[in-house]
Write a protein that binds this ligand. Structure first.
Ligand SMILES: C[S@@+](CC[C@H](N)C(=O)[O-])C[C@H]1O[C@@H](n2cnc3c(N)ncnc32)[C@H](O)[C@@H]1O
Length: 244
């Protein structure tokens, strides 16, 4: 995983800024049942998405593990942020109407612990909204995708929709229709993808086989139009309802 203590300084400007955040927040709001009064945004990061979920009558909290990300979020959500690992939330069982997790599950190897913890803090009828298939959402048929796809297929699983749905069911969460949002400003460039590769974003794909990573880096560097963004991805937001 990237070092989010270091990412905080330039996170917003490199992740699609307000247009991406507004699209993600809009997707969360579309899936909230009427009457939802409390929501915890897990892995809220800088709070750019979280602050856009806030509505009259809906109290929105943010939790994140990284100090530096949370420092930015605490300005956007004064008094409503907490530093916490998503596996161990400082909340009693059944405390919340909704939990959201935008761009978290693809990052971590402990998907089940997070899903179980979200289920624990939701009341019966409460909803978990989470992105699934995040990296596969970038598969929009570009020349970059053609290079990444063989490596990505080995790594699928962390936030794979089928896997997350099975884990959710095992922890008392039933699937319900989800939605999608556009990753504004997230169209990949060859140079940007190579930089992410060097910075370790795809480390879990290679399991220490540096020669494969080096070959991918060389292939990315050979693509034309190094700074031209390819098409924007459409991210999936899945919904699960806590059984009564
Ligand atoms: C890609 S960012 C997403 C931030 C925000 N949800 C957004 O969409 O802009 C991932 C965030 O997950 C946080 N994170 C990673 N592992 C975590 C964990 N175990 N518990 C809580 N937060 C975690 C990181 O610190 C980072 O802020």
């Amino acid at each position: 995983m990237l070092d989010y203590e270091a990412e905080a300084a330039h996170y917003d400007e490199t992740r699609g800024g307000v247009p991406r955040a507004a699209a993600a927040a809009g997707a969360v709001l579309r899936l909230l049942p009427p009457g939802t009064r409390t929501l915890l945004d897990l892995a809220c990061g800088t709070g750019l998405v979280t602050e856009r979920i806030v509505r009259p009558g809906l109290t929105v909290y943010g939790a994140d593990a990284a100090h530096a990300m949370l420092r930015v979020a605490s300005v956007r959500l004064p008094g409503r942020t907490v530093r916490a690992d998503a596996r161990r939330l400082p909340l009693p069982a059944g405390a919340l109407d909704a939990v959201s997790a935008v761009w978290l599950l693809h990052l971590v190897p402990f998907t089940e612990e997070i899903v179980a913890e979200a289920a624990r803090v939701l009341r019966p009828g409460g909803v978990l909204l989470t992105t699934v298939d995040k990296d596969a959402s970038h598969d929009v048929g570009s020349d970059i995708d053609a290079l990444l796809r063989p490596h990505r297929s080995h790594a699928e699983g962390r936030d794979g929709a089928r896997r997350v749905t099975a884990l959710a069911a095992a922890h008392g969460l039933d699937p319900a229709p989800g939605t999608r949002f556009t990753g504004h400003g997230q169209g990949a460039t060859p140079r940007g993808t190579a930089t992410r590769l060097r910075r370790g974003y795809y480390a879990s794909w290679f399991h220490g086989t540096d020669t494969d990573a080096a070959a991918l880096g060389a292939a990315l560097a050979a693509l034309p139009d190094q700074d031209r963004p390819r098409p924007e991805p459409g991210y999936r937001l899945a919904r699960f309802v806590r059984r009564g």
